[in-house]
Ligand binder design. Structure first.
Ligand SMILES: [Zn+2]
Length: 61
């Protein structure tokens, strides 16, 4: 249990898709205000195509 949070400066959000918290990233520097998903995988926009895994979001691990 020696986890020190050095990145306390970074703002965080909760992914609208998987519900997981994620921290600010440099690539979002210009669009952080619009960011809603932790990654492109969670973005409905990118979920186009036959990915196969688009069922219930049962985030077990
Ligand atoms: Zn997500």
């Amino acid at each position: 249990m020696g986890r020190m949070r050095r990145k306390g400066d970074l703002p965080t959000k909760t992914c609208a898709m998987c519900g997981r918290p994620f921290a600010w990233r440099k690539k979002w520097a210009d669009s952080w205000d619009e960011v809603r998903y932790c990654s492109e995988r969670c973005r409905p926009n990118r979920a186009r195509g036959a990915d196969g895994a688009g069922a219930a979001a049962d985030a077990k691990d």
